[in-house]
Structures are given as C-alpha cells and as structure tokens.
Design a protein around this ligand. Structure first.
Ligand code: HEM
Length: 442
C-alpha cells in the first residue's frame, strides 16, 4: 500500500524523516519519532538551546496542552509563530538548561531582518489598533453553525429526510472548519465544536499545528504522510496505474475520513498507544439529541447520523485538500527549494501556499473554507476575522521583500490538487511566486 522506502527520495531540504514515516503514521507515533531526531534531550528546544519548561506548563497562558505535547521536541517554529501579541523571550531565558548537542533538523530561520520577523513586528504594531467586532462576528457565525447543525440533524431524522441530512452534513463540515480557527488559539470552549465531527482537538493540534503548520509540505508534514498509504502528494516515482488510481481512491478517503479518525483512535487507545479523553464523548451529543427529539427508533437515528457524518466528512476533506497547498507549482519536499540551509520560515510558507480570490475578502467564506490561508499560516493564533484587516501590512512587507502572494481561482486549486497527485517529476526550479498575479477583492 504505502510506497516502499526505496521509492522515497531524500528530503531536498535535507530534513531527516520521522523513522516510521513510511508506515501508517499516527500522531503519537509522530511525536515519539520526532523526540528521537529533534535533539531536545527530553526538554524543549528553541533554536540551539534547551529549556526545562516543566514548571511553566501549568502557567502557560495559551494552556498547558501545548507544552505537554511538545516536551522533547524542537519548538523553535511553534514558539516564534504563536506569540505575536507579546514577546515571551524573557520568560524563556529563565528556563535555560544547556546548549543542544546536534544541529536542528530543519533549515528554517527567523532572522531579525528577514521576511517573517519583519512582518511579525509590523503586524504586532497594527494589532492593537484593529476593531474587535470582527472577532465577535466570528463567534456569532460559529455559534449559529452549531445551532443550525443540531436543528437540521433533528429535523432530518424526524422527517427521515436525506435532503435535510445532506444539509446537516454540510453544516457539520463548516462547523468543523470554523472550529479550526479556535483550536489554534489559547484553550477555549468553542474549539470543542471540532470534536462533533468525530475528529479530535488534541490530535489536530499535533498533526495540523505542530506538524503541518510548521513544516508545511515537507517530509515531516503529517498532513502529507498520514494520507500516504492512499494519497501521495509528494513528487515521487510511482507506477502510472497506482498514481492515477488515486483519483478513484480520493472520494473514498473523503467520505470515510471522519469515521476513520475515530476508529483509528479507538484502536490505538485499546492497544495502549493512543489517547482518548472526555472530549471523545462530545460527538455523541448529536445522535442523543436526534434520538430524544426525533422520535425515531435507535437504529434509524444511527443510520441518519452516520449519513450526516459521511456528508460532512466529504465536504470537509474536499475543501481542506483543495484549499491552498496542493498544486504542481507549489513547493513539495523533493522539489528544488529556495534554500536548503538558510530558509526564512515565512518565505517557506509563501512557497507552500496559494490563496483563492473568490474566498479572500468575505469573512464568512474565509471562516468556512480555510481562507486567507497564507496569513493564517503566518499568524495562526489570530482570529480568521482579523486576518483580512492585515492585508495592507502584508502587502507593504511583501513589496519591501519583493515577494508575492499567489492568488488563483478555486477551480485552479481543485484542478491543481488532482494534478499534484499524479505529478512524479520533482520541480527543478525554486518556486516562482511571481508566476501568479496577486489580486485582492476590496
Ligand atoms: C509548543 C510551543 C508553544 C505553543 C504552540 C504555544 C502556543 C501559545 C498560544 C496558542 C498562545 C495564545 C496566543 C493568543 O491568544 O494570541 C500562547 C500564549 C502565550 N505563550 Fe505560548 N506556546 C508555546 C510555547 C511557549 C513558551 C516556551 C513560552 C515561554 C516560555 C510561552 C509563553 C506564552 C505567553 C507569555 C503567552 C501569552 C502572551 C501571548 O499571547 O503572546 N509559550 N502560547
């Protein structure tokens, strides 16, 4: 199923892959493997220094989970990109233990005069001047999605109506996408809307935030390796039948994604390797409400719920996989990088993303379609409603660094996603950000 290790070319960023990358890779396996290669020696690594943050875990303003999960890892990128409003470097210094013994397993840098740090300083300056109304609007949207989703699910089972079930499924998907805005931030209750999808906040904080967001489209990105037995987004040699077979496999992957996530978690938990907690009971609120208020037999209720979850899963993964990262002109590990040793982290993100012109400019569409994706990657803790207010600053710094955000159509990212699945030839040129025009709806 998975491509064998021989068919996997080395990372063109010279990154060492997590040891079990070629196997079906769960989030806890990824954490274990990273601890082996990050050189953090059971502590927390920032740059080339090691810190013991044990006493700070419970006091961390973003919530304890971030530091619990990242113990034993290199958190350089996580530390840099999650603190825009303040500068916790002074706090960090208090926990210094010793220097790291081995070099970092990533070429990404955060130089004071580089693109990312310059942009971050400019964004930090404008943030206090921005209106808070956009955050309240985001909260209103997501609470409404939750109510509509529950209401439609109950109606669907009451009237045994699959059209209503499709509507409910689509609301489940946009609820989960919008909830993604919240689990990037400090702990808050709205992030748990995400668990209604059968997926789990903890799991996504690892696979999506600590892996995908920080080393996007590299050999270390779990959102590439976790799909790998079925979908291969890196440009590697494959037999044509297998490669094109992915176009047929993809819809099956989308439909079953939510259920597979839960089942894999249960199996991992039973075998003593995975984590489950109270949050894993959240999804059952939905069939319970459907059963109590719908007036149908338990079996009918469960059938309708399963149907709704399958629709939601299809919508979620179709949108997610065609939102921003997969297109033959986007950098994927194996392609020629901009740099393999001194690669500004912000520019690495610009090389691994495209934004969609139909989505940018609409608060609703951005929240429900993983929109403003470049800015979201650069500042993941900022509310999606705030991102659109940052474009003038972003444009100013892009001009200063003579760089560009690639804006394409939604159709381009869908078509590009399917093309990327069958791309076997690595690109021999560094990504050309000027190839696509930057245009933003005002
Ligand atoms: C895996 C590494 C880390 C992650 C993912 C992380 C994540 C976060 C998040 C999501 C927030 C909330 C931000 C917001 O509401 O805008 C936050 C806040 C904060 N974190 Fe961390 N953190 C990490 C490591 C650290 C470390 C090592 C320190 C200091 C030793 C630290 C100090 C703070 C402080 C002071 C705040 C509150 C001020 C602010 O928002 O900048 N964090 N963190």
């Amino acid at each position: 199923m998975a491509p064998n290790a021989d068919s996997m070319p080395p990372s063109t960023l010279k990154m060492k892959p997590p040891a079990r990358r070629q196997k079906l890779h769960t989030v806890d396996m990824w954490l274990e493997d990273k601890r082996e290669i990050d050189g953090a020696e059971g502590l927390w690594r920032v740059g080339d220094k090691l810190y013991d943050l044990t006493d700070f875990i419970k006091r961390h303003p973003g919530g304890p989970e971030w530091l619990e999960l990242s113990k034993g890892l290199d958190i350089t990128e996580a530390f840099e990109v999650h603190h825009v409003r303040s500068n916790p470097e002074e706090i960090l210094k208090k926990y210094y233990v010793r220097d790291a013994r081995i070099p970092r397993n990533a070429p990404f840098t955060f130089k004071e005069d580089g693109f990312y740090k310059t942009l971050k300083r400019e964004v930090a300056k404008v943030l206090p001047t921005l209106p808070k109304q956009s955050i309240r609007t985001t909260n209103f949207f997501i609470d409404s999605f939750f109510c509509i989703f529950i209401f439609l699910s109950i109606l669907a089972v009451t009237y045994w109506n699959f059209i209503l079930g499709i509507l409910a499924g689509n609301f489940l998907a946009i609820l989960a996408i919008a909830a993604h805005n919240y689990f990037h931030q400090k702990d808050n209750y709205r992030m748990y809307y995400f668990n209604l999808s059968l997926m789990q906040v903890r799991e996504w904080r690892i696979s999506h935030i600590l892996s995908h967001h920080l080393h996007t489209n590299t050999i270390d990105d779990l959102e590439i390796s976790a799909w790998q037995p079925f979908l291969q987004y890196l440009p590697i040699k494959e037999k044509p039948l297998r490669r094109y077979g992915q176009w047929l496999a993809a819809p099956i992957i989308w439909v079953t994604g939510f259920h597979r996530s839960y089942i894999t978690r249960v199996l991992e938990y039973i075998s003593g390797r995975g984590y489950m907690g109270k949050g894993d009971l959240i999804p059952f609120i939905v069939p319970l409400a459907m059963y109590i208020f719908g007036g149908q037999a338990l079996v009918s209720t469960l059938i309708m719920w399963t149907f709704i979850v399958c629709v939601g899963s299809t919508h979620f993964f179709f949108v997610g996989l065609h939102a921003a990262h997969h297109h033959p002109d986007i950098f994927h590990d194996g392609d020629t990088p901009r740099s393999e040793s001194d690669y500004d982290w912000g520019l690495s993100q610009m090389d691994a993303v495209m934004d969609r012109k139909e989505i940018t400019g609409s608060h609703f569409l951005v929240l429900t379609n993983f929109g403003d994706h470049a800015l979201h990657h650069l500042f993941p803790t900022l509310d999606h409603g705030t991102l659109e207010l940052l474009y003038p600053t972003f444009e100013k710094v892009m001009t200063q660094f003579d760089t560009n955000l690639r804006m394409v159509s939604q159709l381009d990212t869908i078509y590009g996603g399917f093309q990327q699945l069958v791309r076997v030839q690595p690109s021999t040129c560094a990504p050309d950000l000027k190839k696509y025009k930057y245009e933003r709806k005002l």
